[in-house]
Design a protein around this ligand. Structure first.
Ligand code: NAD
Ligand code: DAO
Ligand code: ZN
Length: 368
């Protein structure tokens, strides 16, 4: 079949929208009509050329929602008409990683996904007979996609695609880091570095679990108003204090119980660890630093009880947890609507990247 898609031909060039060829689903695969997709920093990271693992030409996008159109042989858990969110972190429930129950990093299709291919080592996308690569196993910048069954979360059919697409990455990453990775408890003091599309979701999850002080840190003063609406109780602009670490320690009588780095900057990663409370404070790295960067601290920070950990896709097991997060949104426990600041048709997708680069959007969503 033919599908409209935004193609990333080369690093550093805008996407170009065209009709491409899409082969139907093979065994264990599903054809999905994408109804809406968010534009995330990770798409920009790859498109900009900064991602050393970026492969071109490819169809980017990893934050979508849509409807199953057809299923290939051996697909048992989904049927045509089901509403789904594609998962860049799949959940096979059979690999060593899934069975461990210690991680959400399912490895069932990791190697082919990382090479921009389906699990059988081929691509379903092509143009004029030449293959185009998949991206993060999802490629939601295409109106129709083929994905493995294990990379689809089935969601309720009354959830609006233009909002719940954001659960495909940003919402789950932020909310999950609080609930699944850190397991923040009621009454805890929380510090959040970076109040963008991820950090604001950390803030609303911290409020949801009943955190006490929720301290937001951002160099962009325009982020304060939105963050307060989502539950931030105190704001620190690093440009207005001598030392961010001391400022958090003063506000929290010795340090945060939990901190979250939602920027991708190794300096703020260190600050996030060192503003944690001696003896028990935990710092969760969510931000993705540029290739080759390293983090540092004095080992005594860890010897004296602070814990450094990371979180990918919020530690969420996609097929299990994503439908629950959709329910929380539908029950009014999570606010997604106010985070979606712009909507665009696919033909204007490059404007979404421009808004992001200028810091003017929290999330832009493409509607098909
Ligand atoms: P964003 O650009 O929307 O937000 C970043 C915020 O950090 C902005 O508000 C910016 O003003 C602020 N900031 C920048 N430098 C700062 C500094 N030195 N001190 C304080 N604030 C500063 O980005 P986002 O979409 O929220 O993504 C945040 C990070 O999370 C990115 O690195 C992204 O790649 C990563 N990410 C990780 C995962 C994961 O699973 N771990 C998933 C998605 C995104
Ligand atoms: O190595 O098993 C693996 C998969 C790692 C995926 C990590 C994804 C989180 C960071 C990228 C941001 C995605 C938007
Ligand atoms: Zn698995």
């Amino acid at each position: 079949m033919k599908t409209k898609a935004a193609i990333a031909w080369k690093a550093g060039e805008p996407l170009s929208v065209a009709e491409v060829d899409l082969e139907g689903p093979r065994a264990g695969e599903v054809l999905v009509e994408i109804k809406a997709t968010g534009i995330c920093h990770t798409d920009w990271y790859t498109l900009s050329g900064a991602d050393p693992e970026g492969i071109f030409p490819a169809i980017l996008g990893h934050e979508g929602a849509g409807v199953v159109v057809d299923v290939g042989p051996d697909v048992r858990s989904l049927k045509a008409g089901d509403h789904v969110i594609p998962l860049y972190t799949p959940e096979c429930r059979q690999c060593k990683f899934c069975l461990s129950q210690k991680t959400n990093l399912c490895q069932a299709i990791r190697s082919t996904q990382g090479r921009g291919l389906m699990p059988d080592g081929s691509s379903r996308f092509s143009l004029e007979g030449k293959p185009l690569f998949h991206y993060m196993g999802t490629s939601t910048f295409s109106n129709y996609i083929v994905v493995p069954e294990i990379a689809l979360a089935k969601i309720r059919s009354d959830a609006p695609f233009d909002k719940v697409c954001y659960i495909g990455c940003g919402v789950t990453t932020g909310v999950g880091a609080v609930l699944f990775t850190a397991k923040v408890e009621a009454g805890a003091n929380v510090a959040v570095f970076g109040l963008g599309g991820i950090g604001l979701n950390v803030i609303q999850a911290a409020r949801m679990v009943g955190a006490d002080k929720i301290i937001g840190i951002d160099i962009n003063p325009a982020r304060e108003e939105m963050a307060r609406k989502f539950g931030m109780t105190h704001f620190i602009n690093p440009k207005e204090v001598d030392n961010v670490v001391d400022a958090v320690i003063q506000l929290t009588d010795g340090g945060a119980d939990y901190s979250f780095e939602c920027i991708g900057n190794t300096t703020t990663m260190r600050q996030a660890l060192e503003c944690c409370h001696k003896g028990w404070g935990q710092s969760v790295i969510i931000g993705v630093a540029a290739a080759g960067q390293e983090i540092s601290t004095r080992p005594f920070q860890l010897v004296t009880g602070r814990v450094w950990k990371g979180s990918a896709f919020g530690g969420a097991r996609g097929r299990t947890d994503v439908p629950k997060i959709v329910d929380w949104y539908m029950e009014g426990k999570l606010n997604i609507d106010d985070l979606i600041t712009h909507t665009l048709p696919l033909d204007r997708i490059n404007e979404g990247f421009d808004l992001m680069k200028r810091g003017e959007s929290i999330r832009s969503v493409v509607l098909y």
